[in-house]
Design a protein around this ligand. Structure first.
Ligand SMILES: Nc1ncnc2c1ncn2[C@@H]1O[C@H](COP(=O)(O)OP(=O)(O)OP(=O)(O)O)[C@@H](O)[C@H]1O
Ligand SMILES: [Mg+2]
Length: 360
């Protein structure tokens, strides 16, 4: 069975073919457009019944149920694409692990989630939800976590475009692979597309080699196409090195929002600490002390601290055969071996980047 790729007879041949098959008359231009869709319908019908249904049957069935047939094929193709690109669902609970005060939660809620959830109201007021976003910030601050939280709370598909998808058939095909993936993505609905380490793919062109330039150029073309053609698709790119991105990509018109994800204030740390503490076998804990001691910790550092702590109490209990509980002292002792990621230098650079690049 063929894959539904339309053959390309002339518009006049399409018109006379459809007339002969179904008795319906169309202008050559309209017939050429329908011809491709009838071939798609024939392929889908044949797939469903497991045998070739023949052109005449497909043509008559298509013309009797045009809208339904077109939507059915589009939906089939979307499922195919979601499968191919490794789409999966994300739990809604991730959103709640982020403290309400943690930037950019409020911003994301106001600018992205609400307008998408209240579509008719946002249309009424002329609010256009962003479709293309960059998250930037030091490593481990929760950029990927935020993207997943957005997909979860919207109940949208989550697709991460991994470098391996772009590298298929070698680096020379990077640009072509990106174009092919983005074409498919534009036909999806209710989907978050995530590209991590964006600086690797959209490097400044001034000192890049030919391949890097080619892929940056491809991004320059693809981002506006997502904005123009995709519906209920959100492209999110994340980077630790916003300065390395090509300036043309950062200008208004390509990405709708450029959003910093940085350090945590005490309240925000408290939320994350409570989340990780809830998974441990705890004894008496003075949360305030731990909040104070983790001021330079990113969420990734906190997660690492709790992994170490869990392993420690587990091993203690295996060795002593006695209930071993995590206390404030255990955590403070475990912290001694961890160097927090947010040094003065990192914070200083991040604040400068916030002033130069943030746009919401
Ligand atoms: N609010 C949160 N509550 C609980 N865990 C969190 C929270 N934010 C982030 N984390 C966890 O911290 C770790 C680091 O977060 P994440 O991977 O999102 O950081 P990142 O900014 O994407 O890092 P990188 O720049 O290295 O890609 C992850 O394991 C994530 O699950
Ligand atoms: Mg990440």
């Amino acid at each position: 069975m063929d894959n539904g790729t339309p053959a390309s007879p002339s518009p006049e041949e399409c018109a006379s073919g459809i007339l002969e098959m179904s008795g319906a008359q169309f202008t050559p231009e309209a017939a050429a457009d329908l011809w491709a869709k009838i071939l798609q319908h024939k392929w889908l019908l044949s797939e469903k019944v497991g045998r070739d249904v023949g052109f005449r049957t497909a043509c008559i069935d298509f013309l009797e149920n045009v809208d339904q047939a077109i939507e059915e094929y589009a939906s089939y193709k979307r499922k195919d694409t979601l499968n191919e690109l490794g789409a999966h669902t994300i739990s809604r609970d991730i959103w709640d692990t982020i403290s309400d005060s943690q930037p950019p939660k409020q911003l994301v809620q106001r600018r992205i989630i609400l307008p998408l959830m209240q579509e008719s109201l946002s249309k009424k007021h002329g609010v256009i939800p962003p479709k293309t976003i960059i998250f930037f910030g030091p490593p481990g601050t929760g950029k990927t976590h935020f993207v997943k939280a957005i997909a979860g709370i919207l109940s949208w598909w989550y697709i991460e475009v991994a470098p391996s998808m772009l590298m298929e058939e070698g680096t020379a095909r990077l640009g072509a692979n990106l174009r092919r993936i983005m074409e498919k993505v534009r036909g999806l609905q209710n989907t978050v597309i995530f590209i991590d380490e964006f600086e690797e793919l959209a490097n400044r062109r001034d000192n890049a080699d030919r391949l890097d330039k080619c892929i940056t150029n491809e991004f320059l073309k693809q981002v506006p196409l997502i904005k123009k053609e995709a519906d209920r698709v959100l492209l999110v790119c994340a980077t630790n090195y916003i300065r390395q991105l090509d300036p043309a990509l950062l200008r208004p018109g390509r990405f709708d929002c450029i959003i910093p994800v940085g350090g945590l204030n005490p309240d925000e740390r408290k939320t994350i600490l409570q989340y990780y503490l809830s998974k441990l076998n705890t004894g008496p804990i003075d949360l305030g002390t731990i909040v104070g001691a983790t001021s330079r910790f990113t969420p990734a550092d906190i997660q690492y601290l709790f992994e170490k702590t869990a392993q420690y109490t587990f091993e203690q209990e295996v060795a002593t055969q006695q209930d071993c509980r995590v206390t404030t002292e255990t955590i403070l002792r475990m912290m001694e071996g961890i160097r927090p990621s947010l040094t003065d230098e990192v914070i200083d650079e991040f604040e400068k980047d916030c002033q130069t690049y943030s746009r919401a």
